[in-house]
Design a binder for this molecule. Structure first.
Ligand SMILES: Cc1cc2nc3c(=O)[nH]c(=O)nc-3n(C[C@H](O)[C@H](O)[C@H](O)COP(=O)(O)OP(=O)(O)OC[C@H]3O[C@@H](n4cnc5c(N)ncnc54)[C@H](O)[C@@H]3O)c2cc1C
Length: 454
């Protein structure tokens, strides 16, 4: 096909990207929105990004907590091979460092003691064993929850007492609530663990994801504190977007707000979104991964902590020692699933910090010094996220993600992690969907350093 060249970009002739009248409105300045906007802008297309918050980055948010620099949302680049976010970072001199977490302690609250290598092996064995049995469990149990499959597997293996508790921890926490983020008793079995992984291991962006988002946003027209309330769209006309009392007219819109925001109906679409999209939104859900950041002036611990709750409640299963990347003595507690849903619903920030400190006191058998600085995330109730990221309950399938990825029509498209069938829940998912939507408007070769071959 003959291509029209703008700088190093190539756009398809007769495509919206080749039309000087085209004006694209991107809703949301997270990884997906910034990617789409950047790819279009650098191909010569007029783009305005409307962002509800007073900052860019969305769920990639690096904050200062006292002297510590910490990612409150995404923290890891999960794989460096075939990862467009990492390719962008490489081309822009943005460094990353392998996750070299050292696990100092495994504490089993059920037996009230720290476990050694045998405890870690039991966790690893359960993880591997359950993973190896998944195909059979799916065949036998069908479209049920991972919790049901876990119960069946533990019974089948004849595990009891501490062995059963550790197996449940490995499955519930490692495989489900800290990765997919939804509650294990509402995470669907049918499609569980089917997504491919990118090669190259987990890496921390040096200085946090915030710098990567800043680089993506460089030079773009971004209107902060512009929560979009209404999008009026016409396949034969254009789009009218209302935000913060202002009206923005465009020829096309790309909506990148999270699935939780779409599910809540926070944005009025006129005409309403298709029945297929609304049905898919009803079937999908967003999880509840949250963090508690604890910063001290002096370290008092030794490595990261794995905490196995006596009742497998999912209470603060992991405390990462992130002192090296944060630049100050820092533990970050991760928790998700049902425990996070309950704690977030009922607890003040102070109460959540106190609960996390109680777990530390129990696991270390000592009084814990009061942290100098703390931060508590609220992705679950944040009106511009409403959940950490997408997961598939029973009854949902990757076809629902495809339904979200499909454009409403040629002038109204959607991007964001929840529209990536293969990689939903990740930053690279969001970036891939931003590139997808820029390509849909006609950008055939990206002029952005790092994305020339995408
Ligand atoms: C605690 C946590 C840990 C995570 N850890 C990792 C990790 O380690 N690695 C990884 O790869 N991924 C991780 N993720 C997932 C990753 O952060 C997301 O998949 C990715 O950042 C999503 O990007 P996005 O552009 O799709 O959405 P977002 O980043 O959410 O961007 C959407 C934007 O839309 C804006 N918005 C919402 N409503 C409106 C409105 N009405 N008008 C205008 N703007 C609006 C939001 O403010 C936001 O800026 C984590 C997420 C969380 C919450």
């Amino acid at each position: 096909m003959l291509l029209v060249l703008f700088g190093c970009a190539a756009v398809a002739p007769d495509s919206p990207a080749a039309d000087p009248e085209t004006r694209v409105i991107v809703v949301g300045a997270g990884a997906a929105g910034l990617t789409a906007a950047r790819a279009l802008h650098d191909a010569g297309v007029a783009v305005t990004v409307l962002e509800a918050r007073d900052r860019i980055g969305g769920r990639a948010w690096t904050a200062e907590v006292g002297a510590a620099t910490v990612d409150l949302g995404a923290a890891w680049a999960h794989g460096v091979e075939d990862n467009p976010m990492v390719d962008f970072a490489d081309a822009h001199g943005l460094a990353y460092t392998p996750d070299a977490t050292r696990w100092g302690r495994l504490y089993d609250a059920g037996s009230g003691r720290a476990l050694g290598d045998a405890g870690w092996s039991a966790l690893d064995d359960a993880y591997d064993g359950f993973e190896a049995s998944l195909d059979d469990l799916k065949d036998d149990l069908g479209d049920t929850t991972v919790a049901a499959a876990r119960d069946a597997w533990i019974a089948d293996e004849g595990l009891a007492g501490q062995d059963a508790r550790l197996a449940r921890h490995a499955i519930d926490q490692w495989m489900v609530e800290l990765s997919y983020a939804g509650p294990v008793d509402n995470t669907g079995l049918a499609w569980f663990w089917d997504e491919p992984e990118l090669a190259g291991g987990d890496q921390f962006p040096v200085g946090g994801y915030g710098g990567w988002m800043d680089a993506l946003a460089d030079g773009l027209d971004i209107r902060l504190e512009h929560p979009v309330t209404t999008i009026t769209h016409d396949p034969d006309g254009g789009v009218t977007v209302e935000a913060a009392g202002a009206v923005f007219e465009g020829t096309h819109a790309i909506v990148t707000v999270p699935v939780g925001v779409l599910r809540a109906g926070s944005i009025t679409f006129a005409p309403p979104l298709s029945a297929e999209r609304r049905a898919a939104l009803d079937r999908l859900d967003t999880g509840n991964l949250e963090k508690v950041v604890l910063v001290w002036d002096e370290p008092w611990w030794d490595g990261s902590l794995e905490y196995v709750a006596a009742d497998n409640s999912g209470a603060f299963p992991e405390f990462y020692d992130l002192s090296a990347t944060a630049g100050a003595p820092t533990l970050v507690a991760l928790y998700g699933g049902g425990f996070a849903r309950e704690l977030q619903a009922g607890g003040s920030d102070a109460a959540i910090v106190a609960s996390a400190l109680d777990v530390l006191a129990e696991a270390y058998g000592r009084a814990i010094p009061t942290p100098a600085h703390t931060a508590v995330t609220r992705w679950t109730s944040d009106p511009f996220t409403l959940g950490s990221y997408t997961y598939l309950p029973p009854g949902a399938s990757p076809d629902d993600i495809d339904a979200l990825a499909a454009p409403e029509h040629a002038r109204l498209a959607f991007a964001g992690e929840g529209t990536s069938r293969l990689y939903y829940g990740n930053v690279h998912a969001a970036v891939l969907t931003g590139l997808r939507e820029a390509r849909r408007l006609g950008v055939e070769r990206f002029a952005v350093a790092g994305w020339e071959d995408w």
